[in-house]
Design a protein around this ligand. Structure first.
Ligand code: AMP
Ligand code: FE
Ligand code: FE
Ligand code: ZN
Length: 313
């Protein structure tokens, strides 16, 4: 298999961004770990969207094998772009305690809010005569699963309204389209604070990915760095060379760790696990910023260290 455009895969190989079927990847967490071993990775982070439900399975799968799993998540947060428009921003979070009461409460609020919002979207469509109802969208969905547009998209496919999920996202469900309602996500600043308080570290995910311009202005990244953001994702499949060099420079300027990850989604995307990677020194620096290492079953490799070191010199 092709390994993509990673420029620095000598020695230890570390991929800090991967999804499983617990969110929108296609493989079980254990299978993601298998794939990481097969790809010759030394470290893989499981960063499912807005859930830690895959942690136990992934950590168990890594036991006794030459791979270290970093439990994480990719949080959907609310921010504003350079023009002050609301913008959904992804925040990678690692090694936090998911049982922290403030985090649990926020996840519960988000889950309920997402269901309410999806029900409203279903009603808007049904009122316009489209053949969808709550049963066709929510039926078969786990009680605690984060409900979203993908579920509505699949219902539209089943009802024969569109031929594919992609078509649904390009038409009825498109951002700003007639049936798209915004999610009420955790404000980005609050998410950074919450994860730090829960003993974890945060990395701003793919800030220059996609065609919509920078996720947030540099000034916001500087503010986040000041309140505890640890890193910025530099090497990502959707970052071109110019984006990477710009972000690497910004990271150095702000004392942020420059990370890399494939954003693996199984067969939902074409990027291979390990196609992008984090340099070993950057990984060690990130671990050194974990305020309170979790008591996790160790699968060998580098242990998390206590204490913050401040910015690197
Ligand atoms: P929501 O969170 O409900 O606004 O829906 C956004 C989710 O839909 C994101 O997690 C995306 O990964 C997913 N998504 C966006 N576009 C597509 C697409 N074309 N096919 C499948 N999933 C998509
Ligand atoms: Fe995704
Ligand atoms: Fe993302
Ligand atoms: Zn991702």
């Amino acid at each position: 298999m092709s390994r993509g455009a990673a420029g620095h895969t000598v020695g230890v190989r570390i991929d800090l961004h991967a999804h499983s079927s617990v969110s929108d990847g296609t493989e079980r967490p254990a299978a993601v770990v298998d794939a990481a071993v097969a790809a010759g990775l030394d470290v893989v982070a499981l960063t499912d969207h807005d859930t830690t439900a895959g942690w136990d399975e992934a950590l168990a799968a890594a036991e006794g094998r030459p791979i270290r799993v970093i439990p994480g998540a990719e949080l959907s947060t609310a921010a504003t772009d350079a023009s002050g428009r609301p913008r959904s921003v992804h925040l990678l979070a690692y090694l936090f305690d998911p049982d922290t009461p403030a985090l649990v409460a926020e996840q519960t609020r988000l889950r309920e809010e997402r269901r309410r919002r999806l029900r409203r979207m279903v009603r808007l469509m049904a009122d316009d005569g489209l053949p969808v109802d709550e049963e066709s969208v929510f039926g078969g969905l786990d009680a605690d699963a984060p409900a979203g547009r993908p579920h509505l998209a699949r219902a539209l496919v089943r009802a024969g309204v569109v031929r594919s999920v992609d078509e649904a996202f390009a038409s009825y469900l498109r951002d700003g389209g007639p049936y798209h309602l915004r999610r009420a996500d955790t404000p980005l600043v609050d998410a950074v604070r919450m994860i730090t308080a829960a003993g974890g570290v945060t990395v701003l995910a793919h800030p220059l990915a996609g065609r919509r311009g920078p996720a947030v202005p540099d000034s916001t990244i500087a503010e986040l760095a000041a309140i505890g953001l640890s890193g910025v994702e530099v090497d990502h499949p959707e970052h071109d060379r110019a984006a990477r060099s710009r972000l690497r420079f910004l990271a150095a300027e702000l004392g942020l760790v420059a990370t890399g990850g494939s954003d693996y989604h199984g067969t939902n995307k074409t990027i291979a696990l390990g196609a992008e990677s984090t340099e070993r020194d950057a990984f060690e620096e990130l671990l050194s910023r974990v305020p309170r290492p979790l008591p996790l079953p160790s699968a060998g490799g580098t242990g998390g260290r206590t204490g913050t070191t401040g910015t690197s010199g």
